[in-house]
Design a protein. Sequence first.
Length: 319
Amino acid sequence: MKSVSIIIPTLNRPKLIQRSIDSILEQDYEGPINCIVVDSSSNNETDNLVNDIKNKNKKINRTFNYIRNHESKNPIDNWILGVENLSTDYSKFLCDDDWLEESFISRVLEIFQKEEVTCVVTNIKLHKKFQGRDSLIQRYYDINEGICKKDDITNFILKSKKSLPVTPSSNLMETSKFLDSFYFSLKHFDCTKHLFGFDFLMNYYPVFDKTKTYFIEDSLANSWAGDDSMTLNIKTSKISYCYFLSFLRLIDHFKTTISEIDISLVEHRLSIIRLKSYFNKETKSFLINTNYNSKLIIRKLIFDYSKKIFIKIKYKIRK
């Protein structure tokens, strides 16, 4: 049977990671699954937790590796340590506050058997707990079952139409493609070191190198958005800039042709980021060398900012 590695980078979240690890133990897939926990915590709670789980585990095909990272300087460091010495057929990251449905591995491996793809991405259930309020969205993304197309990505990045799953918790990849895409993401370190953009790049790298990404419309992964979650506490513009720049790196690297309309949208977006970079050092650090020029579309600029103002007013009225 095919083997799977699941890497969980973590920092001071023993209670949350328990749920993540339990979901791996509860997978209905009977083949070998190796869970790799990379921990940069300030205490031994996660270490003790993993040791306790290893000692109690009676499932032959569930193994656990614990790596302690004492020298972490960037959020991405645990992720880098986790990918070293992978030897399984398939691999994935799992955020320490997320967890998998019990059929995740078996359902995804069925797709790998039927389709010629190197990455499978599922829908997610979003569990949101913010400022004392709980909510659950059963199917967070409006995606259709089947092969992801380049147009799906350009519509997401350039036209803000349908959003696409970007969390690494929702994917599983052939290990060779997993490593190729992850190491490619590290070349844009100013984004990746903050965990910005690399997840999008990994999920959709196979679309651009033509080895294909497949969507499962059912929610087979659970994503947690709590008070301390990056999902709720990072300025969305920073993440969106890194998604856009990751998209540019992909189309440049793979010499992907895009339409004239899309080129004009790329140039417009680039000009916005470059303008903002004059006033923000971090935004300036995100910038990359690209074959595209900067060119503002004034009409679009006015429309987009008017839309933002309208949304803010609408939100305040609702509150």
